[in-house]
Every structure is written in C-alpha cells, then in structure tokens.
Design a protein around this ligand. Structure first.
Ligand code: DGY
Length: 322
C-alpha cells in the first residue's frame, strides 16, 4: 500500500523531516518558501496530511481545493490559523502542541515583563549609541517588579506558569481574569485571586496577556482598556497580535498614558505597526516566546507524533477538534 502524502509547510529540524520520511511520502520545504494561500492550496491539493507552523491559514477555501486532506498538525499551541468549524465540517483533523512549551513560554513572558519594567532594551540602545556619559539618579529608573501587582488575562497553563513565577519567585500579588475561574486548589497553587477585567486593569502594575485569539478576544485591549490602566503600568503581550489594538497602544505609550509595553506578537505580523517602531518605551521581539532549542524540538516532534499516530490508526495525540 502506498504511503500517505504529507506536506511540511515550512523548514523544520532535518531529523524531524527524516522521522516523517520513515512513515510518509514527504514533500518538505527546505528553501523555507512562504507560500500565498493559493500556492499553499496548490501544494496541498494531492496531500493526505500537513505539518504547519501556525502561520498557514487552513480555511474553507483551502479545504475545498484539497479533497484528500485528512489532518493538519500545527507546530504551535495556538491554532487561530485554523477555521476549526470548517475543518470539522470537511472531516479534517486539527492538532496543536500544548504542554511541551508551557514553562518555556512562561519564562519568556516573565523575561519580557522584567525587560519592560526595568527598561533593558531602551538602556541598552542608549549605551550602544555612546550616549552614557555619567551616572544619574533617575537614569532609566523603571517600575518595581517584586512585591507589585501582576494582572494576568488568560489563565490557562502558560498564565498559571507566569502566576507561579510572580507569586513564588517575586512575592507579587497576583490577580487574574479568565473565561472561567480556576479551581480553589489551582488558585491556591498559583496564589492568584480572580477579579473582573476592569478591576484587574485598574489595579495591576503589570498586565500580562496570555489568552487565545478568537473573534471574541479581538482588541481585548484597546483605547478604552488602556485608559483604565495606571499611568505607571506596563502591558505585556505574548498571546497573539490582534488581542491588542496596536495603534491605540502606540498612542498610549507616546502620550505616557501607560509607562511601557513588551510585545512578542503583533497584528498582521511579521509587519509591525510603524508607530510602535518609533516609541522608545516598548520592547519588541519577533514571536519567540517558545523559542528555546529544546522546546522547538519538542513542538516539532509532537506535531510529527500527531501525524504518525493519526495515520497509524491510533488517533491524534492532541486534537483541537474531535
Ligand atoms: C504557539 O505555540 O502558539 C506559539 O505562539 C508559536 O507559534
């Protein structure tokens, strides 16, 4: 019997490609070409499965052009690139890579919070530009982290990881807002207290966004929400672009309505809103929260495992639709 045909939509670790070649007829993308939706559909037209990285849109139009497709394995925990309803209607399985990136991503969220509060990017640019002439009492004086109030919006696994780092490592007072409350046991473990979103925005010194991107979470933070934050507060987004209105955020940063922001994700990335590039009080990173070598390997292998298990008749390991 012929092997299932698989497309690997972006370049990935060569040994993961080799693992997949042991099970499938693989077409990979060693040139790391970024395909348009039409080009992706053409590449997938004769494939039974796909390995994607979170930036390839899988929607009804693509599915209509790919009648053989049975599974799309995302190398990402987020799957807002999937139209899950359209995939379910077409009988296409979607999978993601939860758990393997939780702690690494929480580490990065906390690192971005620290870099933002303590103005690390701004001060490093100042030093590299040769502008450091004298010590000054107020030079790059930032916001306190230890003992401050940490507000987390989106209290899934990564949000809980950030809460634990803040509460246990830095003595922070942790409040959170989520679609549903954690169990009392989990709240105790995270030392986190549930509050309404407005209370969180008004009281947090550092607001961290870790919620999934859906139509309902589009612009969760816009001009109105920024106006509710303290002028001394920072905003950290490691979730998805689109959760923050980047134009409104750039205006709030420029006008000092909040102190600073740390952003790993952007609306329409890799494009970054030009106004964000011109304000100094924002730390900008290129969607790297899960980017350690070990974690990216684990994500790639879990995506591969999903394809192998699915076509081996064992069912997907981490399905996003049933
Ligand atoms: C994820 O896993 O969702 C990260 O954002 C990487 O895409």
């Amino acid at each position: 019997m012929s092997q299932p045909k698989i497309l690997i939509a972006r370049e990935v670790f060569p040994d993961v490609v080799e693992r997949l070649r042991a099970h499938f007829d693989v077409q990979d993308n060693p040139q790391d070409t970024i395909w348009s939706p039409a080009e992706l559909a053409a590449q997938l037209a004769d494939k039974d499965g796909a390995f994607t990285t979170g930036s390839q849109r899988i929607d009804a139009a693509l599915l209509a052009a790919c009648p053989r497709l049975q599974i799309v394995a995302n190398m990402a925990v987020g799957y807002n690139n999937f139209d899950v309803d359209a995939m379910t209607a077409a009988g296409v399985q979607g999978t993601n890579t939860p758990d393997v990136l939780t702690e690494t991503t929480a580490d990065f969220g906390f690192a971005l919070l620290m870099a933002t509060a303590r103005r690390m990017a701004e001060s490093e640019h100042f030093l590299r530009a040769g502008l450091w002439k004298q010590w000054r009492y107020d030079m790059f004086a930032g916001a306190e982290v230890h003992g401050s109030t940490l507000g987390i919006i989106g209290m899934g696994r990564i949000g809980q990881g950030i809460a634990k780092r803040g509460a246990h490592g830095f003595g922070m007072n942790v409040v959170y807002h989520n679609r549903s409350r954690l169990t009392p046991a989990l709240e105790a473990e995270c030392k986190a207290r549930y509050v309404e979103k407005d209370e969180l925005l008004a009281t947090a010194d550092h607001v961290v966004l870790v919620l999934p991107y859906t139509p309902a979470s589009h612009h969760t933070i816009g001009a109105a929400e920024l106006a509710k934050m303290k002028p001394t507060a920072t905003l950290i987004n490691i979730a998805r672009g689109g959760i923050v209105d980047d134009a409104a955020l750039a205006a709030a940063l420029r006008e000092g309505r909040i102190a600073a922001a740390g952003l790993d994700v952007f609306e329409g990335e890799p494009r970054v809103h030009p106004d964000l590039l011109t304000v100094p009080n924002v730390v900008l990173t290129p969607h790297i929260a899960s980017a350690t070598v070990a974690t990216r390997r684990a994500m790639a292998n879990l995506a591969a495992d999903n394809l192998i298990a699915f076509f081996g008749g064992r069912g997907p390991l981490t399905p996003v639709n049933q």
